[in-house]
Design a binder for this molecule. Structure first.
Ligand code: BEZ
Ligand code: FE
Length: 282
């Protein structure tokens, strides 16, 4: 091999520069990244102009990132990359509840509420009684599970997107299961909404003829001692965006029943969460 860079052996030339003592995982990941990146440029015969467009796109993406906005994660979400990494890292046994994308709208420290309490503080939207159990793989209740729940309001916005309009902690709460593993709270039947599309990611979606919508969902982060963290949603089954979620988060097993209840609560949705033991790895 020539001592210098060539188009044919471009990736090899870069990878050969890595020191021997950098650690096997870093060497493996970087060698594969360089190999695939170079193969991509060759595959599409990337033009100088396209390279400049990509650099400008990534620069604008970076400039939009700050404590309250992470446009790079949004880019990863919209490319299906977040869901891929999530799938690789959360292979679960038959019967366990599946993970899905975390999203940018979780807030640490939501109020801990009593079972049956209301999380919808703006009194808007179609009220829904959410019920179910947190179970282990054998169907036994999990006591002491923390159920952190959050959803958009009836206009399709999270409280943190409208701090001057919505009450703080609107449609958020933490519930702790008792010995029966059961949970219940009153929220709203969520509505579909667009991911933030006023930046480079929105521009990319429009260029690709894609819409920015997520089908209606309620977020859950469930933790319990001795079990893997569960980051998931339940989805409303008749949503028109189920098959075209902007971030590819939908899974069949996460579509929950939403049934008409009495006049006071309007809707009812019952869903059991099945946790995976901490030591399970596949
Ligand atoms: C969400 O569901 O909150 C979400 C997920 C990914 C990107 C944007 C929003
Ligand atoms: Fe969401």
């Amino acid at each position: 091999m020539s001592r210098y860079f060539s188009e044919e052996k471009s990736a090899e030339a870069v990878n050969a520069r890595m020191a021997q003592d950098i650690g096997p995982r870093l060497a493996e990941v970087m060698a594969s990244l360089v190999t695939h990146l170079h193969a991509f440029a060759k595959d599409v015969s990337l033009t100088q102009q396209e390279w400049e467009t990509a650099i400008s796109f990534l620069t604008r993406t970076g400039h939009l990132c700050h404590d309250e906005r992470q446009e790079f994660i949004l880019l990863s979400d919209a490319l299906g990359f977040s869901m891929l990494v999530d799938a690789i890292n959360n292979r679960r046994p038959e019967g366990a509840t599946e993970n899905t994308v975390f999203g940018p709208f979780h807030v640490e420290g939501a109020p801990v509420r009593q079972m049956g309490e209301t999380i919808s503080l703006d009194g808007r939207g179609e009220s829904c009684l959410f019920t179910g159990c947190v179970l282990d793989l054998d169907g036994h209740p999990v006591e002491g599970a923390l159920i952190d729940v959050w959803s958009d309001n009836s206009d399709g916005f999270y409280d943190v997107q409208q701090p001057d309009i919505q009450p703080k902690w609107n449609n958020r709460g933490i519930f702790v299961t008792g010995a029966d593993g059961a949970y219940s709270f009153v929220g709203i039947k969520p509505v579909s909404y667009p991911i933030p599309d006023d930046g480079p990611v929105g521009q990319m979606l429009r260029s690709l003829g894609r819409h920015p919508y997520r089908p209606a969902h309620t977020h859950y982060l469930i933790t319990a001692e001795g079990y893997q963290k569960l980051v998931t949603h339940t989805f409303v089954g008749d949503d028109p965006y189920l098959e075209s979620d902007a971030v590819f988060g939908v899974k069949d097993s996460l579509i929950a029943p939403f049934e008409r209840a009495d006049e006071a609560t309007i809707w009812r949705s019952d869903f059991n969460f099945v946790l995976t033991p901490l030591d399970y790895r596949r």
